[in-house]
Write a protein that binds this ligand. Structure first.
Ligand code: NAI
Ligand code: MG
Length: 487
């Protein structure tokens, strides 16, 4: 493709619409709370609506769990732990996890459409990444359930008991899988609270648990807002809290459980740096940067939201990057050709707009994609800021949207110093042909994950998690079991 191809020329070669059918989702008009193996009304009879962020149309009414409902769910989980699950052998637990994994695969098309409708992410991502990875997590931990003796935590590691799990809206089913699969494999029972803007795939998962004939009460799924989450955190019958979400709420939760017996793992925000050296393979690197920040609309805790590029190649990289950003197809998330979907909520869109306004105010140079945005729904055009300095808010704060901040460096030492100049520490990427340099840099980065010549690679066998204000504890891999064992 010529360097000079303009956006209007590209328009002439536009793809025809290729929409997936929304009717595959079969969403019910209303959902109750999944407690003790069945759906029931919340005690308050209160409900809220979850929207399709691409159209602002309501999808379903969802129950708002009160403190009394949280109590009922924790009680069900405790009874299931005492009477059934703690007496179930690892091989039996493994059988249930394999079943859940297989049913997720069987219902994957339906789950992908539900996820895209409720969250706004492109169907290409929910179909090829979220749902297959969720199944893969259950498969992976199914394999561990009867081998805990060999996981490196002593001869007979014990579960913690009842786990309270609170998840965010950016990868709804995948985060549910990250939380439930290792907890169940290790022998815990669970109360899971999905995020208020994306509860539907977790409620379909509740149906899948029924299909798999998982004993009642082993997993309870309760919907609600932050107050439901807070009631779960404070419940004295919970032995472990696992949270993924904002650093702000994570901090609050840490204070609340500090004086209790509860175990805690936190997976919080990030401000990941993608570090590009002058010898990096240019085309792969451009795609890696694009994927690092525009995957899932940038609603990714480990997003490569800062690009650190070596000064000698900075102009060339920026030029290619801006051209590529302009080619991203933004729009209908159900269209199989869409690259960037809708922003998840009005609140998140407002936050992105607020932070990007600071970018211009503080003197950075803004490049915004010339794509046209739909009239209805929550949308933000992919944006790149150049001439960013380390003191700028867009270089320090998590924007959690399709916005990249570009900074430059001259030496590897400077790259490391700038990459580490953040309160966060979740993920970084290093791009270079030279292995010794990549290792030298990786060793010095303060981040839980470092990718080399790639970005946003997820695999159930590989531990994921942060340092500093990005949280603590690992999910995935053998390490992910440790978070649910008394070791
Ligand atoms: P949030 O942290 O408020 O929400 C995450 C989950 O925590 C939701 O299920 C929510 O209902 C629950 N929650 C809220 N308040 C709670 C409380 N006091 N106690 C227990 N649970 C509570 O995040 P929000 O408001 O949706 O997003 C704000 C920002 O947080 C984003 O702009 C982004 O920067 C960051 N974020 C990071 C995520 C990550 O993956 N690390 C995921 C979501 C948001
Ligand atoms: Mg929604």
């Amino acid at each position: 493709m010529s360097d000079e191809l303009t956006n209007s020329q590209l328009g002439a070669m536009a793809y025809d619409p290729a929409p997936e059918s929304a009717s595959i989702a079969r969403i019910k008009p209303a959902y109750g709370l999944f407690i003790n193996g069945e759906f029931s009304d919340p005690s308050s009879h209160e409900a809220f609506v979850t929207l399709n962020p691409a159209t602002e149309e309501p999808l379903a009414s969802v129950a708002q769990a009160s403190t009394a409902d949280v109590d009922r769910a924790v009680y069900a989980a405790r009874r299931a732990y005492d009477t059934v699950w703690s007496k179930t052998t690892g091989a039996e637990r493994s059988k249930y996890l394999f079943r859940i994994a297989r049913i997720i695969q069987e219902r994957s098309r339906e789950l992908a459409v539900v996820e895209t409708l409720d969250n706004g992410k492109p169907i290409r991502e929910s179909r090829d990444i979220d749902i297959p990875l969720a199944a893969a997590h259950f498969f992976y931990y199914a394999g561990w359930a009867d081998k805990l003796d060999h996981a490196g935590f002593g001869p007979d590691p014990k579960p913690l008991g009842v786990a309270g799990q609170i998840i965010p809206w950016n990868f709804p089913l995948l985060m549910a899988a990250w939380k439930l699969a290792p907890a169940l494999a290790a022998g815990n029972t669970c109360v899971l609270k999905p995020a208020e803007t994306t509860p539907l795939s977790a409620l379909i998962l509740a149906e899948i648990l029924q299909q798999a004939e998982l004993p009642e009460g082993v997993v309870n799924i309760i919907t609600g807002d932050g107050s439901t989450g807070a009631a779960l955190v404070d419940h004295p019958g919970v032995d472990k809290i696992a949270f993924t979400g904002s650093t702000e709420v994570g901090r609050l939760i840490q204070q609340r459980v500090a004086t209790s017996h509860k175990h805690l793992t936190l997976e919080l925000g990030g401000k990941g740096a993608n570090i590009v050296f002058e010898d990096a393979p240019i085309d792969e690197m451009i795609e890696g940067i694009i994927d690092g920040i525009f995957f899932n609309q940038g609603h990714v805790c480990c997003a490569g939201s800062r690009l650190l590029v070596q000064e000698s190649v900075a102009d060339d990289v920026l030029r290619r990057l801006i051209r590529r950003v302009d080619q991203l197809r933004v729009g209908d998330p159900l269209d199989k050709n869409t690259d960037v979907g809708a922003i998840n909520s009005a609140a998140q869109l407002a936050r992105i707009k607020e932070l990007t306004a600071y970018g211009e105010e503080e003197g950075a140079t803004r490049y915004t994609s010339t794509c046209s945005l739909p009239d209805k729904g929550y949308w933000f055009a992919p944006t790149v800021f150049a001439d960013v300095s380390q003191s700028h808010r867009i270089a320090r704060e998590e924007i959690f949207g399709p916005v990249l901040s570009v900074l430059t460096f001259r030496t590897p030492e400077e790259a490391v110093a700038k990459a580490n100049n953040t309160n966060y520490g979740l993920a970084c990427g290093v791009w270079s042909e030279k292995g010794s340099r990549t290792l030298w840099v990786a060793e010095r980065l303060r981040a839980g994950v470092v990718w080399a010549n790639t970005y946003n690679r997820f695999d159930p066998t590989s531990p994921f998690g942060g340092v500093r204000e990005s949280g603590f504890g690992r999910e995935g891999g053998r390490h992910g079991l440790e978070a649910y064992l008394n070791v």
